[in-house]
Design a protein around this ligand. Structure first.
Ligand SMILES: Nc1ncnc2c1ncn2[C@@H]1O[C@H](COP(=O)(O)OP(=O)(O)OP(=O)(O)O)[C@@H](O)[C@H]1O
Length: 230
């Protein structure tokens, strides 16, 4: 069981405050991070994964202060992430992409087939990664993240490129990962996915945390509607 805690996290880019004094807790389960464009969601992921140091505030994983740790150290502590922009190795096959991720953790390549099966892209195993549909490439990123057996999994717009049936299967997979005790956080614009599968939702607007709660509580919050209408 792993808990992420952000305390007063602020990120400034010159005059712009992209993340403004955000404090929140992520427990095991599926957590949604939503908000209009430019709300600071990706920047917050950068802070959690260690790609960006906050201008102020702390990041704690299971009460350990990891604010000063880099991405590789956090990865070893069980933090994995997928990106909005696809990050797979295009010239390798789908299977090889997962094997590389497994080997980076000294885990057996024999696990690759099961991971591809799990995310639903076994049929593409032998295909070169840059030839598969976008949805499959996103699921490959997820398989690569799962290859590290993460405690905390950060997914940046994972459902883009997935059709309706694939999105349903993806939601079910999120629930499974949560049942294994992992903490899954997704930045996602597909509100059906967020409202249908998350335990908790945090809403950011202009870098600030507007509201946190269950999908029903967040949906009922009048500020959320306002923020979305801009
Ligand atoms: N490297 C940077 N330099 C300067 N400003 C930045 C940088 N990265 C982000 N910003 C600004 O910080 C704010 C938050 O951006 P961020 O990408 O985190 O938002 P987001 O919620 O992920 O948006 P989207 O949904 O469009 O991806 C925006 O105003 C953005 O222009």
């Amino acid at each position: 069981m792993s808990t992420l805690r952000l305390e007063g996290v602020t990120v400034r880019f010159g005059q712009v405050t992209a993340v403004d004094d955000v404090s929140l807790v992520v427990e095991p389960g599926v957590t949604g991070l939503i908000g209009p464009n430019g709300a600071g969601k990706t920047t917050l992921f950068d802070v959690v994964s260690g790609l960006r140091r906050p201008s102020a505030g702390r990041v704690l994983l299971d009460d350990e202060d990891i604010t000063a740790k880099g991405p590789h150290q956090r990865s070893r502590l069980g933090v994995a992430r997928t990106f909005q922009r696809l990050e797979v190795f295009g010239s390798l096959t789908v299977w090889e992409n997962v094997v590389v991720a497994l080997e980076s953790r000294r885990r057996s390549p024999d696990l690759a087939a099961g991971l591809l099966e799990r995310v639903g892209i076994a049929e593409f195993s032998a295909k070169q990664a840059d030839t598969v549909p976008t949805g499959a490439a996103r699921l490959l990123e997820l398989a690569r993240a799962l290859a590290t057996d993460p405690r905390l999994l950060l997914l940046d717009e994972p459902s883009s490129g997935l059709d309706r049936a694939e999105t349903g299967a993806f939601g079910a997979l999120l629930r499974e990962l949560s049942a294994e005790g992992r903490s899954v956080v997704l930045v996602e614009h597909d509100m059906d996915l967020v409202m249908g599968y998350c335990d908790t939702v945090h809403v950011l607007t202009l870098g600030r945390l507007l509201v946190s709660g269950t999908p029903a509580a967040v949906r009922a919050h009048e500020g959320v509607r306002e923020a979305y209408l801009g």
